[in-house]
Design a protein around this ligand. Structure first.
Ligand code: GDG
Length: 516
């Protein structure tokens, strides 16, 4: 039986019609598109961080957690020769770069250039922690945390956006270029670029939800944000619903001509195309890591570390620690499950994994305390002499660790209160090379639209959530395999190269270039 929510139809995509997108296909499309004009990606977060290893007196590096980096780095590697402009935040970052802030990455096998820009502490507080993460993040996720806006953060947001745009302009010189801007930190970059260089082809991908007009209008700088975005040629959302909210917002807030049928906005003679293309993961690479010796070694390591052999059911939650991810809600659902089904005591364990993030912001500190307290309460309520139901594990992890944990999890629980897409859900599916495992997935994620074979939950409904956990535990093997097979097919077809390829093709068409 499939939990098909009629509000979440699965759309056949262009990639299904054209055949599978692969790294090779993206590379060959990119070679044609970017022959005279390079590709420059701009995002707040950088794909690689450098650290100074004082003990061995050398530089080390790692990839930071976060969906945008997980998705875009393989794309940039496939395209080769591009430039990625981002903020340098690693304590070894300045040591690693040349005089223009550039460093070839990935450091062990360079395929493109990372150009780092440096922000002052006051700019980080105003632009990143303030306007972006205390203002736009809660505004767009609608999770009942009031967004906080103020003139000083807004000023920093404008200044820093201009600095990102200047870094791009410096990088491309007078040449034509495709500039692909990423996310809510950089709404004004398209506007600053367009002012300086009307000829550039500019796209922006929006990775988080877009709220309805009633919510959006609470932002005092909403009109400037919309004008900034509409300077792009293409704006990409993960799902149609967010694109429609954007169009409705434009209609309410601006004088502009809307062509809903063709999903276009015309303002001051400039046309912007609004597209919905679901972001995804590199299924081939994920599978390769999942099958690797390194992942197998890590599985053994975690099995011993968490004593997993003794359990019939391993449940996993893996997130960047964020209040939008519904972590307390999933712990409360587990609490309900154990109250309703004490027979699961000692038979199951719930691993909650993931690094803390944005800890300078009070809501994140509160979440951290709340999760620790809840874990303790629930563990105390159900503990036996040598068992507790929840293990909270916050150590840094790498790709092999991730794949090992996914493969050890009989059930993966994604309970976001609201999420643009959610890549953890797709990574879990990609890791299940043996076609086992159950995905319990919030219906408020973008991913739910493509994955009706997950057990869809409303994270605010603890009773039903607990029932779905029980259903996941009891699900017959054949049904698990059927569902997983179908989900793997969807994720394989709508993979990360399909997302990037389709977006870049839309950009190229808007700039008058056609890939064959
Ligand atoms: C935004 C949108 C959208 C998680 N914890 C750790 C870690 N991760 C990795 C996961 C995954 C990524 O980070 C998280 O991706 P999500 O998509 O789930 O979430 P956001 O970071 O909120 O991403 C989201 C995405 O952008 C892309 O458009 O899907 O809706 O909110 O890859 O595996 N990685 C490491 N340590 C961790 O502790 N190394």
């Amino acid at each position: 039986m499939v939990d098909h929510d009629s509000a979440y139809p699965v759309q056949p995509t262009e990639s299904t019609q054209l055949g599978l997108w692969t790294q090779e296909r993206l590379r060959s499309v990119a070679r044609e598109l970017f022959v005279d004009a390079p590709l420059v990606v701009v995002s707040n977060r950088e794909p690689y961080l450098h650290h100074i290893d004082e003990k061995n007196n050398n530089l080390t590096w790692r990839r930071p957690p976060g969906g945008l980096v997980s998705a875009l780095d393989p794309v940039m590697q496939a395209i080769e020769g591009g430039v990625w402009v981002a903020q340098g935040v690693g304590e070894g970052d300045r040591t690693a770069v040349d005089a223009s802030g550039r460093v070839p990455v990935p450091p062990d096998n360079p395929a493109y250039t990372l150009k780092r820009i440096w922000l002052e502490q006051a700019e980080i507080e105003g632009y990143y922690e303030g306007f972006s993460n205390e203002g736009l993040w809660p505004l767009c996720h609608v999770v009942f945390h009031r967004p906080r806006f103020n003139a000083s953060d807004w000023k920093h947001y404008q200044t820093v956006n201009r600095r990102f745009a200047d870094a791009v302009l410096e990088e491309i010189g007078g040449k034509p270029a495709f500039v692909w801007v990423q996310d809510y930190h950089l709404c004004l970059v398209p506007h600053y670029l367009r002012q300086a260089r009307p000829d550039l082809t500019i796209g922006i991908s929006w990775h988080i939800p877009w709220p309805n007009p009633e919510i959006f209008r609470t932002c005092p700088y909403g009109v400037q944000l919309l004008e900034g975005l509409l300077a792009a040629d293409v704006i990409g959302f993960h799902i149609r619903y967010h694109g429609n909210n954007f169009l409705a917002t434009v209609e309410q807030e601006l004088e502009a001509r809307l062509d809903r049928e063709r999903s276009r906005v015309v303002r001051s003679g400039h046309e912007t195309l609004i597209v919905d293309i679901p972001i995804s993961v590199d299924t081939d690479e994920e599978e390769e890591v999942a099958r690797s010796q390194e992942a197998a070694d890590q599985m053994e390591h975690f099995q011993v570390l968490f004593n997993l052999e003794r359990y019939d059911h391993v449940l996993l939650g893996l997130d960047r620690f964020d209040y939008t991810k519904g972590i307390p809600e999933r712990l409360m659902a587990l609490d309900h499950l154990l109250q309703d089904h004490p027979e699961y005591k000692e038979k199951l364990v719930f691993l909650q994994v993931g690094e803390v993030s944005r800890m300078q912001i009070p809501h994140y500190q509160e979440l951290n305390q709340e999760v620790e307290q809840l874990t303790q309460e629930i563990n105390d309520r159900h503990r036996t002499t040598d068992w507790v139901p929840i293990i909270l594990w916050r150590e840094p992890i790498d790709r092999a660790d991730l794949m090992a944990l996914y493969q050890l999890a009989d059930i993966c629980v994604v309970s976001s209160l609201h999420d643009g897409m959610n890549l953890v859900a797709k990574e879990y599916i990609a890791s299940r090379v043996d076609e086992t495992g159950v995905l319990v997935l919030s219906k408020f994620t973008g991913a739910a639209r493509e994955l009706p074979d997950a057990l869809l939950i409303n994270p605010y409904d603890a009773d039903d959530f607990a029932k779905k956990l029980d259903q996941a535990i009891q699900m017959p093997k054949a049904q698990k395999a059927d569902r997983m097979r179908r989900m793997r097919r969807v994720v394989r077809q709508n993979n990360i190269y399909a997302w990037a390829g389709r977006f870049l093709q839309e950009m190229a068409r808007s700039g008058g270039v056609e890939a064959r």
